[in-house]
Design a protein around this ligand. Structure first.
Ligand code: ZN
Length: 291
């Protein structure tokens, strides 16, 4: 049994009390794996074939309009930067994203654990974006990834702004799963198995436990490269994928004619496609290996 509890938000509940898990897909509308995972879990629980033993499972499509358009976001506004107090507690730009963030924040607040499934727009191995502690490991250990990207200093957006960061600051546990390249849909089954493993771990379903993964490498975001009015082009061979190694002083690209250098030894992450680059916003980040 599946109940519609909001715009593209569904829930199913078990007969016994228990924790709440929220699974989000399509916060960026072109990231197909998360969208398909939410669709399939919904289809599973909509039929009587599968039911929750205990607790509550909430599933939502993050940005229905962007999903409909098959685009990362609408008019350059990134829904996954709207989970800040200025957007959630007031009206800053009155956008659809702002009201959608408010609606999703309600369900994230009610959930003990939120898993938000994303993909990258350039090739990348699957990885986890999360705080690194035992509470979060209890969640991300079920996903087939060997790397965690941490952002304790909020380099990504300058303040907590994403769904997982919002869950964390509400005293819940939020984890973002980056399932690989946005166009690559070969990991849908693996992500579904991971969600099942997590649901079994939480006691929501009584099914065989999943495989779990530990011993992650940890990278910590330490700097960003911001698009200025001079423009930006990556240097030859740079910016093609996430987790490309750089050394401090390497030329990452050019802002006009001025070389832009890596500020630390580490890896480049989230290099943005030209069409996703926004003036005064980061177009790439540098992360240092910390574990
Ligand atoms: Zn995304």
């Amino acid at each position: 049994m599946l109940d519609l509890i909001g715009d593209n938000i569904w829930q199913t509940t078990g007969e016994l009390p228990g924790p709440t898990l929220c699974v989000l897909g399509g916060v960026h509308g072109n990231e197909l794996t998360g969208i398909e995972v939410v669709k399939r879990i919904c289809a599973d629980f909509a039929s009587s074939a599968r039911g929750l033993q205990s607790g509550r499972l909430i599933m939502a499509f993050g940005n229905p309009l962007a999903i409909e358009q098959g685009t990362r976001f609408v008019d350059g506004r990134d829904l996954n930067r709207y989970f800040t107090d200025t957007h959630l507690l007031g009206i800053l730009d009155g956008s659809i994203e702002e009201s959608r963030a408010k609606e999703l924040a309600q369900v994230i607040q009610q959930s003990d654990i939120t898993v938000d499934i994303h993909s990258t727009n350039k090739p990348s191995m699957p990885f986890i974006s999360s705080r690194v502690d035992s509470e979060h490991l209890q969640v991300y250990q079920w996903f087939n990834a060997s790397v965690v990207l941490a952002d304790p200093n909020y380099v990504l957006a300058g303040e907590p702004a994403t769904t997982d960061e919002y869950a964390d600051r509400m005293g819940r546990v939020g984890v973002c799963v980056e399932a690989g390249d946005a166009k690559d849909v070969t990991r849908i089954t693996s992500v579904l198995q991971s969600i099942n493993g997590l649901m079994t771990h939480m006691g929501l379903v009584n099914e065989p436990g999943g495989e779990h993964f530990t011993g992650h490498q940890v990278f910590t975001l330490c700097d960003s490269i911001v698009l200025t009015s001079s423009g930006f082009v990556f240097a030859e061979g740079r910016g093609a994928r996430s987790f490309e190694s750089v050394l401090k002083g390497d030329v990452v690209g050019y802002a006009g004619k001025v070389p832009v250098l890596a500020s630390a030894d580490g890896v480049l992450v989230f290099p943005k496609l030209p069409e996703h680059q926004v003036l005064d916003k980061p177009l790439c980040y540098i992360a240092e290996r910390t574990q």
